[in-house]
Design a protein around this ligand. Structure first.
Ligand code: ADP
Length: 718
């Protein structure tokens, strides 16, 4: 016995909502959990990096401080100390990277030498005695027309007056003679005067030695300045700077053979000028304690490392004295030192170093990529001490001063060593902070990113699977809905198919019963119609019952040896009245009478039912007068039963669907043909239960040909 499966699926009991609820939340929970874990993962990586960095930072800061100290000491010592203090080369590029040194004592700039930028009249004029004043006025008001003798007498009268008066009188006399062109040996006299008059000012406050030297230069021809005189000029310029120094150097340059020495003098003077400008910018509160101060001078920025070399406590005559050395380092030079100093061996790939000094940050390690946002991992404090260096030029002037204000700080034997004053035991180091920052997040998060991609892939796969599940659930739901719809149509169709013939039969039997139909021929006709309708109804009921069995999965087939030729012939005969009624010509054509299909192991009743359904369809869809042809072809391999009609045909796209249960072509409302839409699906099920199939060849307007294909003779389908 063959037990067939169901035609209709009964799945989809769980509602769509339940399916969605079962699919979506797990995916959302999975995605949320994955994202949460990744966040935790990232936080753990950062935490780890911070932990490592905080272990590294103190050691790094210590080593970094030592390197910076050594590098800065070399830089400062080479430019601030020794007999050739100041930049050796006048080139602007070099000068910009050369540190400068200064000394501030009691709030006054002592190194380099400061000077008043505007002349202020000296006291000696006011202190002149009346007789001296008379002589002085003769000399001061001298013109080229004044008698030389009178001038010489006035100068001689002032020969015993105090230094400034005497030297100014000498200056007035030489100047008058030089103007008149009568002075003998004027240049030599003027140089001699300049040497003696250092520190003396004219009546208007101008440095007398500068004026004398300038006038001496004007007496000399170009190229005539000797080396001895140049040395004198150099010393004078550096030790007695004034607002005339620039002009003096210009004049010396004009007169000096070659320009090397004057270029050096000019460079040193300029360096001193720059140092003075910067030192004047220091605020009082920056001095007196260890500090790093930032100074802006025009285009460039400088760092002033202030270092007290003696603080309060050294009081002389009730006056508290203090001295601070200021080392001026161009920002560029400092950056270069920081750049080259990092002790980078231990710094992890992803980190970089930043130095914070005096409120400013410097990049010490490799540069950050432009897009990176620096993230501080850890920081450590460090410090460096700068060498205490005072330029040799000023030792003579300030050694005494330093001894007075800090006697303990400068033992005598250290007062001068190679032209440098070195003070022992001076406290204070410049503190900085070394920060380890995240420079390359890509390097730090490399392993994390791999996990991120994997998680993203997992979430994506889960989402796709969920979407697939949802689509499947939706399709099943739709199919179920369509089936429901078709089933209700089916019920309506069956009711309709039953009601019409039952109504007709009731009328006819009532007429026959009442004896209102007297004519014997008419009576016969009524009996024939009633019989035919009964057959049709029983065929319909048979189909419905069969379909129900198939759908429940309880349709059973009994295979037994059956004569297929006889079965086909009998079926055609059974259907003939139906064809006659519709005025359709039903023809049975056998392929070859001498090659009968013979005995086949089939369920004869089922095959007859399938064939009946096909022939019934063919008759239903054929116009009056058309022919329906049934043909049986058989060979050793298979048996084929063809049912061919000249009906309207079936469009290509519908040819598969007509085998679905309840599916009917055309509008349900118009009901052009009788039927409930299960005939073909039953026929298909029967053929497949025999191991065969049903095919259709058709095109609109040319009729249709349905074929039941059954497998080899005597072989039952299983
Ligand atoms: P029905 O009870 O409607 O005949 P079937 O399952 O037998 O149900 O057929 C399904 C549909 O296939 C029919 O509604 C009809 O539109 C179409 N069909 C079946 N056989 C033919 C045919 N020989 N010619 C044209 N259309 C046909």
């Amino acid at each position: 016995m063959f037990r067939a499966g169901r035609i209709l699926g009964r799945g989809g009991d769980a509602s769509l909502v339940w399916q969605v609820l079962l699919i979506v939340p797990p995916v959302v929970v999975l995605a949320a959990f994955a994202l949460y874990s990744l966040r935790q993962d990232r936080a753990a990586i950062e935490q780890n990096a911070r932990g490592n960095a905080s272990i590294l930072a103190p050691g790094l800061a210590g080593r970094f401080g030592a390197r910076v100290e050594a590098d800065l000491a070399t830089l400062i010592a080479s430019s601030c100390s020794g007999p050739a203090a100041g930049p050796a080369s006048p080139e602007a590029g070099e000068a910009a990277l050369t540190p400068l040194c200064g000394l501030i004592v009691n709030g006054q700039i002592r190194v380099p030498l400061d000077y008043q930028s505007l002349p202020s009249p000296p006291d000696w004029v006011r202190q002149l005695a009346p007789a001296e004043l008379k002589h002085w006025q003769i000399l001061a008001s001298a013109t080229p027309a004044t008698d030389t003798g009178a001038l010489q007498r006035a100068a001689a009268a002032l020969g015993t007056a105090p230094g400034p008066v005497r030297l100014n009188a000498e200056w007035a006399l030489v100047r008058a003679e030089a103007q008149r062109g009568t002075a003998a040996n004027a240049a030599a006299r003027l140089f001699s005067l300049a040497r003696r008059a250092e520190g003396v000012e004219t009546e208007s406050g101008t440095p007398l030695s500068d004026l004398a030297m300038l006038l001496a230069f004007r007496q000399l021809p170009a190229g005539s300045l000797t080396d001895v005189l140049l040395q004198d000029v150099e010393r004078h310029v550096l030790e007695r700077p004034s607002f005339l120094t620039g002009t003096l150097i210009d004049e010396a340059t004009r007169l000096a053979p070659g320009g090397r020495v004057t270029a050096r003098i000019r460079a040193r003077f300029r360096a001193n000028e720059r140092a003075l400008t910067l030192l004047r910018g220091l605020r009082v509160e920056d001095i007196g304690h260890v500090s790093a101060v930032w100074l802006d001078s025009g285009d460039d920025t400088w760092t002033a490392f202030v270092h007290p070399i003696a603080t309060t406590g050294a009081a002389i005559a009730g006056v508290t004295r203090s001295a601070s050395q200021v080392t001026l380092v161009p920002l560029q030079a400092l950056e270069r030192v920081f750049q080259t100093a990092p002790e980078g061996r231990d710094v992890p790939d992803y980190a970089t170093l930043t130095v914070v000094l005096g409120g400013r940050s410097f990049r010490a390690g490799r540069p950050l990529s432009p897009a990176a946002v620096p993230l501080e991992l850890a920081s450590g404090p460090g410090q460096f001490v700068l060498p205490l260096t005072v330029p040799a030029d000023t030792v003579r002037e300030f050694a005494g001063e330093l001894l007075r204000i800090a006697p303990d700080a400068m033992p005598l034997e250290q007062r001068s060593s190679g032209g440098v004053v070195r003070l022992a035991g001076v406290p204070g180091a410049h503190a900085f902070t070394l920060k380890l920052e995240l420079a390359d997040a890509d390097a730090l998060y490399a392993s994390y990113r791999l996990r991120l991609w994997m998680a993203a892939g997992l979430i994506l796969a889960a989402t796709l699977a969920a979407l697939g599940g949802l689509a499947g659930a939706w399709r099943a739901f739709e199919r179920q809905r369509r089936l429901g719809e078709m089933k209700s149509n089916f019920v309506a169709s069956v009711s309709h198919e039953l009601r019409a013939p039952i109504g007709a039969m009731r009328l006819m039997t009532e007429s026959l019963e009442r004896g209102t139909v007297a004519d014997a021929g008419r009576q016969q006709e009524y009996f024939r119609i009633i019989g035919q309708e009964c057959r049709r109804l029983s065929s319909l009921v048979e189909n419905v019952l069969d379909f129900s069995r198939i759908d429940r999965g309880s349709r059973e087939y009994a295979f037994e040896s059956t004569d297929l030729d006889a079965l086909v012939a009998r079926t055609v005969e059974v259907m003939r009245p139906c064809a006659c009624e519709r005025q359709v010509n039903l023809v049975l054509a056998t392929f070859a009478a001498d090659r009968p299909a013979g005995l086949r192991r089939i369920d004869g009743a089922a095959i007859q039912q399938a064939l009946t359904n096909l022939v019934d369809n063919a008759i239903k869809h054929s116009p009056a007068g058309a022919t329906v042809c049934v043909e049986l072809q058989a060979d050793a391999a298979s048996a084929r039963i063809f049912v061919e009609d000249d009906g309207p045909g079936i469009p290509e796209e519908e040819q598969e669907r007509i085998f679905e249960p309840f599916y009917r072509l055309g509008s349900e409302l118009r009901r052009e043909t009788q039927g409930v839409g299960i005939g073909l699906s039953i026929a298909k099920h029967i053929a497949e239960a025999h191991g065969g199939r049903i095919t259709v060849e058709s095109s609109p307007g040319t009729g249709s040909q349905f074929t039941i294909v059954l497998p080899a003779a005597e072989e039952p389908a299983s």
